[in-house]
Design a protein around this ligand. Structure first.
Ligand code: ADP
Ligand code: MG
Length: 355
């Protein structure tokens, strides 16, 4: 019988196609362990965010996927091929950086065409693809400008077009909105997400901003000290954080633990309760079935327009933060709450064990 490599079609049934696979990925710089054994599958067409504080290893992971940095351990696979030791130009990925890295002396069109010129794509096709890429980021008509004649948001769009024109299977984005002011940043978050859906390219997006991650991502990988603490949908990591770090970094840290947890919840362990799940009631109000409560005194009131944040010192020691929508109340009403005795009440199902 002839030797043949059989690829069984049944083997892959039900599995989503994987664009990027990281296995035991590690990187040390001298004594500094920047990335410490990262395992991650990123699916085809997915918007995946690496979220974590500064120095947690996000950029180093991205640079290893791009090939700008060689791992000290582990492997990188792109579309099923091991590319761990391949040069950047041999990988079907493109990177968009925070500082855009546009060529100042070239026009917008020349900047966008640059990669195609290097690849010796004929002039007519180059022009055509550059026009399409610029149109996809809403910059039709800006072809002849210089980067210096554009706003920060427009320059970031040029940088995106320059990456998209290569039609990579994976686009890497390292804090691409970090230099923009809040309004523009929020607008670009929505546009970028729409663009990703439209082009269907796998996006691996780096940010330290939890709201940005929650807004844009299909899934989020939460980084802490070179490791992934949790991977999940925005709802997963926000509503069901697996560790105290994730509970604190994604959203407000609102933990009950030790003797306080025993007194209030009747169990030991560490529990997270999201501020918007806590209701502020009168001191003598009692919890109904399926609820827990804690008595306390309002230490601080922060009026934030649509909502108010209350910091409540608990009788049992420690504090909890509660967030209430300003449905009926004015700023005067809520600010008058400072120093008052209250009862905090929440549903038991909103307590999440985090360790
Ligand atoms: P992040 O992008 O999450 O802020 P980085 O991946 O840039 O984190 O860095 C992770 C850690 O590795 C940090 O402690 C950083 O100082 C260190 N590091 C990154 N690049 C280098 C380098 N080229 N040389 C030495 N240390 C580095
Ligand atoms: Mg970084």
């Amino acid at each position: 019988m002839p030797e043949a490599i059989q690829v069984s079609p049944a083997a892959n049934v039900g599995a989503k196609p994987v664009a990027v696979t990281l296995r035991g990925l590690s990187k040390s710089f001298g004594d500094v362990v920047a990335v410490d054994g990262v395992d991650l599958d990123i699916y085809d067409g997915e918007f995946l965010t690496l979220l974590g504080p500064s120095g947690s290893g996000k950029t180093t992971v991205l640079r290893m996927i791009a090939g700008f940095e060689l791992p000290t351990g582990g492997s990188v696979e792109l579309n099923g091929h091991d590319v761990t030791n391949r040069a950047p130009f041999e990988r079907d990925v493109n990177t968009v950086f925070q500082d855009y890295a546009l060529f100042p002396h070239m026009t917008v069109a020349q900047n966008v065409e640059y990669g195609l010129r290097v690849k010796k794509v004929p002039k007519g096709e180059r022009r055509q693809r550059a026009l399409e890429a610029l149109a996809s980021v809403q910059l039709a008509g800006f072809e002849q400008r210089k980067p210096s004649e554009m706003s920060g948001g427009q320059r970031q769009r040029v940088a995106l077009a320059r990456a998209l024109v290569n039609r990579p299977s994976v686009l890497l984005l390292d804090e691409p909105l970090g230099a923009l002011d809040l309004k523009l940043r929020e607008q670009m978050q929505v546009e970028l997400k729409q663009l990703q859906r439209q082009v269907g390219i796998t996006f691996i997006f780096v940010t330290h901003d939890q709201e940005e991650a929650l807004t844009m991502s299909d899934r989020i990988a939460v980084f802490n000290a070179g490791r992934i603490e949790q991977v999940g949908t925005p709802a997963d990591v926000y509503e069901r954080p697996l560790t105290p770090f994730v509970a604190g970094f994604v959203g407000t840290s609102n933990l009950l633990q030790g003797t306080v947890a025993e007194k209030i919840l009747g169990t030991s362990g560490v529990f997270s309760i999201r501020p918007e799940k806590i209701r502020i009631a009168k001191p003598l109000d009692r919890p109904s079935t399926g609820e827990h409560s804690a008595a306390g005194v309002v230490r601080d009131v922060v009026y934030v327009g649509a909502a108010t944040r209350f910091v409540v010192d608990l009788e049992a020691s420690g504090y909890l933060v509660a967030l209430q929508q300003n449905l009926q109340t004015s700023s005067m009403d809520v600010l008058g709450m400072r120093g008052r005795q209250v009862q905090l009440i929440w549903r038991r199902e909103h307590e999440t064990a985090v360790g």
